[in-house]
Design a protein around this ligand. Structure first.
Ligand code: UDX
Length: 438
């Protein structure tokens, strides 16, 4: 099939390359010329395992092209909208202006019978509004909503082998059948592999996405709240998570306590969802999400307090080695990263922060140039008064406590992700502290 993807960020670039990998002919469009130049040269403009490989293959095959000119979508019959919906400045609500702009730019190039497919995370009700706009403009195009659940770091895998597909279809039965048939063709490979398909209306599809992220965020804040209680009672939150996780209704995944969640999705999505509920007159139904957010933000404060305590009450001019800057491993994304935030807060207290990360230093340097950076973990550890582990990269998980102990000035480590084995670190002479761990 011939497809277009409007917006080539984390979501769109991966979607475009993955659809080409599956055999479709795809054009990716973005207003950012630098991004389009990098993608056209087969370079992902961000760190995402596997993306460079499939980009290069798809470009070489001639099935994938990129353009800054939206007219390049002509000839495609399915158009994906994958632009960002960031948090509005000074508000909790989502800014959907990029989605609106994408639709407006697309309208002059649509042909009757085309299908426009929204993938961006939007406030419920947006799809219906956009469908009306397509009708009013006389495009003869249909609109479907098809949320994306990809995780950064696994984005290609999640796109090619999704754990479910969700279609939000038009209300009219004939239009719904046409849109579904077209989407089935796009996702033929996943459907042939028995990927579960959930079909509903526009509003349900929009809600599925924010409900999933709200649930995940709640799960993380729940375990972090348990970590707070564990800390004052001498209990161990990791053991607690293991024990409740055996209950299949609860499940162990997303029950890792630590400095909390960040990234380009969970924080802004729960805020936008609660703001939308307020607009819909049901604010009280989602008010708990503001508490989920507050619990999450307090984790960063708690981490800083623990560092201050470990240094005897004063971090001023103390050397703090910060391991990790990305909001999660296998990513260079520092949007709303708790790791970067902790580094900035410590720096603000006068600590001499030396932060390191396998992928996220360039992005961190751009946003927070006042921090000290070291590309090599050993350089960051060298002479440190305290080590702060804030992103669970494999190489930090596998750090050797004896070798690390030979580099630092004081063997004090605070494990903000609860990933190290306390016994082996203590046996190597370290003062180890996790979050809500004995
Ligand atoms: C998330 C959703 O998982 C994905 O389905 C959606 O499409 C986009 O948002 P992503 O932002 O890539 O994906 O990150 P995710 O893996 O969900 O992690 C989010 C944050 O939660 C990270 O900062 C991570 O470190 C943190 N986290 C995760 C925890 O603190 N504890 C956990 O147990 C799991």
């Amino acid at each position: 099939m011939r497809l277009s993807v409007i917006g080539c960020g984390y979501l769109g670039a991966v979607h475009a390359a993955s659809m080409a990998e599956l055999g479709h002919e795809v054009v990716g469009v973005d207003v950012d010329a630098a991004k389009i130049a990098a993608l056209s040269a087969g370079r992902a403009p961000f760190f995402e395992p596997e993306l460079d490989g499939i980009l290069a293959r798809a470009i070489e095959s001639g099935r994938l092209t990129f353009s800054t000119d939206v007219a390049a979508v002509r000839g495609a019959s399915v158009h994906f909208i994958a632009v960002g919906t960031p948090q509005r400045r000074g508000e909790n609500a989502a800014d959907v202006s990029y989605v609106d702009a994408a639709i407006e730019s697309l309208i002059p190039h649509l042909s009757a019978g085309d299908l426009v497919v929204g993938k961006s995370t939007v406030p419920v009700g947006t799809a219906q509004r956009l469908a009306t706009r397509l009708d009013d403009a006389g495009t003869g195009a249909l609109l479907a909503w098809n949320p994306e659940f990809l995780r950064e770091g696994f984005a290609v895998e999640d796109t090619i082998h999704p754990d479910r597909l969700v279609y939000g279809l038009p209300d009219d039965a004939a239009d719904a059948a046409t849109a579904k048939a077209r989407l089935d063709e796009v996702y033929a490979a996943a459907l042939a592999a028995d990927t579960p398909l959930v079909v509903g209306d526009h509003a349900t599809a929009e809600l599925v996405k924010v409900a999933a992220n709200a649930f995940l965020a709640t799960k993380i804040s729940f375990i972090n709240a348990m970590a707070d209680i564990a800390e004052v009672t001498g209990a161990d939150v990791t053991t607690l998570a293991d024990a409740i996780g055996f209950d299949q209704r609860i499940g162990r995944r997303f029950l890792n306590a630590g400095i909390g969640f960040g990234g380009g999705c969970l924080p802004k999505d729960i805020r936008a969802f609660s703001a939308r509920a307020e607009e819909l007159g049901r604010g009280e139904s989602l008010r708990f999400l503001l508490e989920v957010d507050a619990i999450n933000m307090r984790r960063r404060e708690r981490m800083v307090e623990m560092v201050v305590e470990a240094l005897g009450g004063n971090v001023y001019k103390k050397k703090v080695a910060v391991l990790g800057l990305a909001f999660k491993p296998d990513s260079d994304d520092v949007r709303d990263s708790p790791a970067l935030d902790v580094a900035v807060r410590l720096n603000g207290l006068g600590a001499h922060v030396i932060a390191t990360d396998p992928a996220a230093i360039p992005n961190s340097l751009r946003l927070q140039p006042q921090l000290g950076f070291a590309t090599d973990t050993n350089d960051a550890l060298h002479g440190a008064d305290v080590v702060v582990l804030v992103t669970e990269w494999k190489e930090y998980r596998e750090l050797d406590p004896v070798a690390a102990g030979a580099l630092v000035r004081e063997k004090v480590i605070i494990d903000g992700r609860n990933i190290l084995d306390p016994t082996s670190w203590r046996d190597a002479g370290w003062n180890y502290r996790g979050m809500g761990r004995r």
